[in-house]
Design a protein around this ligand. Structure first.
Ligand SMILES: [Zn+2]
Length: 280
């Protein structure tokens, strides 16, 4: 079975229609909708119908959506900020359900650049509490709409909680598997200097999604490169995913092109790799 998917984040500067065209042309059967910039605010009514027609016309399945990130997170450090963002996330759960996407990616905690007092020593504790409060609100909504929220490991060099699979696993274990899972971002693992196989094993049976891309080193922005263009060992990665009996989508979130390479060419390069890697 071809369980691959490609993120529209690979076509950030293009329209959603152009992104879908290129993803279809590259041969991917499914897509992750990067809601920013491609579907923000979520489509409703006419726009929603038009969008589902666009997917059908290209024979593409919206496998997942990536909720807005940036300011939109579970672990906001002020209550006013947190309430605003859970409402936004609620609207995207409904959007995921509207387009029959089973999964929605969420960034559990904010990038320090968005935090008013980023070095406040109380932040880790404030964030831990905020994440739980936000999940307590969102999990019943996700259940109502039949959507699973997957929390992503993040590449921030700070003392904030919930940046790795290891930490996130202890969190999601407290909630039902159908509403809360994990998504492994392979490049973020590299930026953090963590071990990919260990991270996959920590996620274990709660791993429900992937953001596959390569990473050159552990500086910000070293990631989102095409497969095998960085330091990750893709064979060990696949072996570990098979060991935990991973059955979710293989979603490529490749964004950074080589010199003189178009975004469409990167998608084709990635598709060629995926077919060989996954023996499709
Ligand atoms: Zn990602």
């Amino acid at each position: 079975m071809d369980n691959t998917s490609y993120s529209t984040a690979g076509f950030r500067k293009q329209t959603l229609q152009e992104a879908l065209d290129s993803i279809q042309k590259a041969g991917f059967p499914a897509v992750e909708i990067g809601c920013v910039p491609h579907a923000n605010p979520p489509f409703k009514n006419e726009a929603l119908n038009k969008f589902t027609n666009e997917l059908d016309r290209r024979n593409l399945k919206a496998r997942s959506i990536h909720a807005p990130s940036g300011l939109t997170t579970l672990g906001a450090t002020t209550e006013e900020w947190r309430i605003r963002e859970v409402k936004i996330l609620e609207s995207f759960i409904i959007f995921a359900s509207d387009i029959n996407a089973s999964d929605m990616v969420i960034h559990p905690i904010p990038n320090p650049i968005f935090v008013p007092e980023p070095d406040n020593p109380a932040n880790p504790e404030i964030m831990e509490k905020a994440v739980v409060q936000s999940l307590d609100y969102l999990v019943p909504i996700a259940e109502k709409y039949g959507v699973r929220m997957n929390l992503e490991n993040l590449p921030y060099h700070c003392d904030y909680p919930y940046r790795s699979m290891k930490e996130l696993r202890t969190l999601v274990d407290q909630y039902p598997a159908n509403q809360l899972g994990l998504i492994l971002d392979t490049g973020h693992v590299g930026v953090m200097g963590n071990e990919i196989v260990e991270e996959i094993k920590s996620a274990g049976d709660r791993l429900k999604g992937t953001h596959l891309h390569d990473v050159k080193g552990n500086k910000d922005g070293d990631d989102h490169k095409g497969p095998k263009r960085g330091i990750l060992n893709w064979d060990n990665m696949l072996k570990a995913l098979k060991e935990i009996q991973y059955s979710g989508p293989y979603t490529f979130e490749t964004i950074v092109t080589k010199e003189n390479e178009s975004e469409e060419e990167l998608a084709i390069f990635t598709r060629t790799f995926a077919k060989k890697w996954l023996s499709i």
